[in-house]
Design a protein around this ligand. Structure first.
Ligand SMILES: NC(=O)C1=CN([C@@H]2O[C@H](COP(=O)(O)OP(=O)(O)OC[C@H]3O[C@@H](n4cnc5c(N)ncnc54)[C@H](OP(=O)(O)O)[C@@H]3O)[C@@H](O)[C@H]2O)C=CC1
Ligand SMILES: Nc1nc(=O)c2c([nH]1)NC[C@@H]1CN(c3ccc(C(=O)N[C@@H](CCC(=O)O)C(=O)O)cc3)C=[N+]21
Length: 278
């Protein structure tokens, strides 16, 4: 029987640890405040933003919501981020992605002060990650490392294959697995023989954004499979990039969707917020 890696449970443990820590920090007069910026009203973004605010309330972090209309200009958003950078009562800034077409996402990410970049998306945070310097870690990859460690799955020396090379998941995931001494392969849409490469993995991390793409024929017997994907299927159920029913019988451990990586992303965002006052 494959071990089901329970992201809901592990994220709850982390949030409880953070809640205790925030209590101690508050007693020392330290207070964390996260600014959450959403432009437009994409329903998926609204759900994530709501979950982030709920997590803040649970842990004892103040959250300030900035809900801007879809028609917000790039200049207006840059101005808001600059004001938040300058506001000493704000410790962390999160601008929910994706942004509307007419706004340059990279410019907005670069505008966030690296000292308040709790998403870990700023080029300075990315550089720090790759050279092994202290800085904010990208939340989803950091959450996956915690899932593995807290499930007692060792990483050192393992063959790790990551499918996907986005700036928010695949690339920072590669940096973190390398830091943990895995041997890392990053596959993408131009990769040849994807099945053969994926089958080499002791730890297979899937972030392709294609509903149930990965079936049992991509997976080595006994591998650990981490599914980052997030989709609503034709029956309106949440599912991942991995075909869970096909893959689960072959593997030693697997994350479900929902209840796997998703809740960990939020727990690690909370950790980054607490980091601003440690
Ligand atoms: N649970 C969570 O907290 C989070 C979940 N997600 C989910 O994870 C998934 C991936 O997100 P994200 O990284 O932002 O996605 P992107 O669309 O930015 O990146 C997808 C990557 O997968 C590669 N790819 C696409 N199709 C194939 C294929 N058929 N074979 C091999 N590689 C392929 C692309 O290659 P190329 O570079 O060549 O185009 C690209 O590198 C999505 O479902 C998203 O919703 C994302 C963030 C957080
Ligand atoms: N600036 C920015 N930072 C992000 O971290 C960011 C973003 N933009 N844009 C979108 C992606 C996606 N993402 C998720 C967060 C939580 C769940 C999550 O909690 N998922 C639950 C289910 C939630 C539900 O019921 O819909 C689960 O998997 O169990 C999923 C996905 C963060 N992202």
């Amino acid at each position: 029987m494959a071990q089901r890696i329970d992201g809901k449970l592990i994220s709850q443990q982390i949030k409880d640890e953070l809640k205790e820590e925030v209590k101690r920090l508050e007693a020392q007069g330290r207070h964390a405040c996260l600014a959450v910026v959403q432009v437009g009203d994409d329903p998926a973004s609204t759900v994530y933003v709501r979950n982030k605010k709920k997590a803040c309330a649970y842990i004892g972090i103040e959250s300030r919501a900035y809900e801007l209309p879809e028609s917000t200009t790039e200049e207006e958003l840059v101005k808001l981020v600059e004001d938040l950078n300058a506001d000493v009562s704000v410790n962390g800034i999160l601008v929910q992605l994706p942004l509307p077409e007419h706004i340059d996402e990279d410019r907005i990410i670069r505008t966030i002060s690296p000292d308040k970049d709790v998403d870990g998306f700023h080029p300075v945070s990315v550089g720090r990650l790759w050279i092994g310097e202290k800085g904010f870690l990208s939340c989803t990859p950091a959450g996956i490392i915690q899932l593995l460690k807290r499930s007692e799955i060792s990483i050192e020396g393992k063959e790790c294959v990551i499918i996907g090379r986005s700036n928010i998941v695949g690339k920072p995931m590669a940096a973190l697995m390398l830091r943990e001494n895995a041997t890392v392969t990053v596959a993408h849409s131009r990769t040849k023989n994807l099945k053969e490469i994926a089958k080499r993995a002791d730890i297979l991390i899937v972030a392709v954004g294609k509903e149930r793409l990965i079936t049992a024929d991509y997976v080595k017997e006994g591998a650990v499979v981490i599914d980052v994907g997030m989709h609503r299927d034709a029956d309106n159920h949440l599912c991942g990039d991995v075909d869970f029913d096909s893959v689960e019988p072959a593997v030693s451990a697997i994350t479900p969707v929902p209840g796997g990586v998703g809740p960990m992303t939020i727990a690690m965002l909370m950790n980054n917020c607490v980091e601003t006052i440690r």
